[in-house]
Write a protein that binds this ligand. Sequence first.
Ligand code: MG
Length: 174
Amino acid sequence: MRVGIGYDVHPLVKGRPLVLGGVRIDHSTGLDGHSDADVLTHAVIDALLGAAGLGDIGRLFPADDARYKDASSLDLLSGAMDAMRGAGYRVVNVDCTVIAQEPRLQPHVAAMTAKIAERLGTDRVNIKGKSPEGLGALGQKAGIAAQVVAVIEEMQRRTPPPGAARRPPRQAGR
Ligand code: MG
């Protein structure tokens, strides 16, 4: 088992769509960034890459690479999953907190959970919305942040301890 942590924050601006967990949410402002700026999905990616020891989202998908301009972050998540599976890991569970003064996230949590779970290949995805209670930049609606913890495990079964494989099979009558 390995654990990873992910954090991301993006500014809220006018004239951009708001995408969280792959779900387009109707709102007066949206997150600014090179891709679709899906702060939740970015934090999921960083948690998974961190757990697998594969660096971070910027190393896998450089922000100056034109291929990722306005990219769907769910597709980036699939790319990160490919890298993680290639390294021999699968997801055990993922727990997420999205910190947003607005909009209220509860009505969208089920849809966001389903979209991320589909890409991770597990239904052990938990998403929580948290209000910053008006405090600081997030409380002033300058942006939205996300924190994610991921646990992953090796896909192959561990090799048996020395001696275990050499033990002779039990014989009948003994
Ligand atoms: Mg980001």
